[in-house]
Design a protein around this ligand. Structure first.
Ligand code: UGA
Length: 427
């Protein structure tokens, strides 16, 4: 028998959590304050690009195990579990802004049935389980931390095949009840105290960001010493302690999580009296990477992009998502615009110039972006870019420079056609 679950917030975490729990056989009500969004979801329309999520959404609606409502009261009244999946944006001082969590907790408090387990799924600062307990002001409900480790683009797969399920609670019975929701999911389960669960989430994201800044720094060394970073990471990865995953160099890391979570962890550490210089360095290397990549494009354009047309393939922060939040591609495009470039961009999920880069021209396909361009910059690793007609691309451009910031394209095929190719970390 499934449990009754309410999910507050239908962003990518809430929506994935709700639809996947419905798929596992639970009765789920998802609540959001955005009426138009709720209406679309009821029609089975997904507001985001996310692999496999649309199918599960429609499956849940058909089976009636998944419902959408405006406002949280109705959703929580009958719920045994309430998942808080509201945003925790970055506050002005780098700390996570808890006002949405606080507002959600205060709103639901009067409507909760005694014994309900309220679960923090959003990435929240260490101490937030206590904070939610206080905001709720209800001694007859439990608050548990159950952080998410979903990657955009493969969130459904990650939910149903997690590397681990982490539950933070001082109350064993509440922890076991939360664990039982994941019945049938093949993963290690770990119960710890709330502060440890919250720290696991931040430490994991900060470690992954560290790995990426490290590999981008190694890529810079490779360029200077004539090594090829692709071979270097392959060789490194055979060491089981290092592994092959998450070692692709790129234009820098971004997205809705790493930049915000790394700053939040620095802030959390600082408040606790620890100066997290290592993580500061990780962020600095990332900002430098945006500049390094921009410089590469400028060099490829002959030393200046003033008045030059630059073709850009990819604007999202990574492939298989339409998410532009803190996208490294946009950081680089902003820098190019500031240097006087004309930017023609194509991204499979973008139809209008994103905020902050209104001056760019968004093109309908990858070839159109190349028309009259002196340099092509590949900024996001969309698979379709690998299979484009290089002769046609060459025919459209006025110069033949390619800066491949994802090491995605076939270098020898490009060189054969007369392109001047530069990747990341490949001399
Ligand atoms: C990240 C984490 O991977 C998830 O485990 C976590 O749950 C999530 O944040 C979150 O906190 O919600 P996500 O933001 O979807 O997931 O993106 P990633 O796939 O981790 O990529 C982050 C950035 O690193 C992107 O800009 C991506 O292009 C870049 N990246 C990733 C590389 O440059 N190289 C790689 O090898 C991998």
């Amino acid at each position: 028998m499934g449990s009754k679950i309410a999910v507050i917030g239908t962003g990518y975490v809430g929506l994935t959590t709700g639809t996947c729990f419905a798929h596992l056989g639970h009765d789920v009500i998802c609540a959001d304050i955005d009426e138009a969004k709720v209406e679309r979801l009821r029609e089975g329309e997904l507001p985001i690009v996310e692999n496999g999520l649309g199918e599960l959404l429609r499956e849940g609606l058909r089976s009636k195990r998944l419902q959408f409502v405006v406002g949280s009261e109705e959703a929580v009244a009958d719920a045994e579990f309430v998942y808080l999946c509201v945003p925790t944006p970055q506050g002005l001082d780098g700390s996570a802004d808890l006002s949405y969590i606080e507002a959600a907790a205060m709103q639901i408090a009067p409507f909760l049935t005694p014994g309900t387990v309220v679960v923090n799924k959003s990435t929240v600062p260490v101490g937030s389980t206590r904070f939610v307990e206080q905001a709720l002001g209800r001694s007859d409900v439990h608050v548990v931390s159950n952080p998410e480790f979903l990657r955009e683009g493969s969130a459904v797969h990650d939910f149903l095949n997690p590397d681990r399920v982490v539950i933070g609670s001082d109350d064993q019975s509440a922890a076991i009840r939360v664990a039982s929701l994941y019945l049938g999911i093949p993963a290690p389960f770990m119960v710890t105290n709330p502060a440890s669960a919250e720290t696991i989430k931040y430490a994991s994201n900060a470690f992954l960001a560290t790995k990426l800044s490290f590999v981008n720094a190694i890529a810079a060394v490779c360029e200077a010493v004539g090594a090829d970073v692709n071979d270097v990471v392959l060789g490194m990865g055979y060491d089981k302690r290092i592994g092959h995953e998450f070692l692709r160099p790129g234009p820098g890391w971004g997205g809705s999580c790493f930049p915000k979570d790394s700053k939040a962890l620095i802030h959390i550490a600082e408040e606790a009296g620890y100066a997290f210089d290592l993580l500061e360095g990780v962020i600095t290397v990332n900002l430098e990477q945006f500049d390094r990549v921009t410089d590469k494009i400028v060099r490829m354009a002959g030393g200046s992009v003033e008045g030059a047309t630059i073709a850009v393939w990819g604007l999202t922060f990574k492939a298989n998502t339409d998410d532009l939040r803190d996208s490294p591609a946009l950081e680089i495009v902003k820098r190019l615009l500031a240097k006087g470039a004309r930017v023609q961009a194509y991204d499979p999920t973008v139809t209008e110039p994103p905020r902050g880069v209104e001056a760019i021209e968004v093109c309908g396909d990858a070839y159109a972006a190349c028309e009259g361009a002196t340099v092509l910059a590949v900024l996001t690793e969309w698979d379709e870019f690998k299979w484009l007609d290089l002769d046609k691309t060459a025919g459209l451009m006025t110069g033949l420079g390619v800066v491949d910031c994802r090491n995605l394209l076939d270098r020898s095929a490009l060189v054969q056609r007369g392109f001047d190719y530069e990747g990341i970390g490949r001399a």
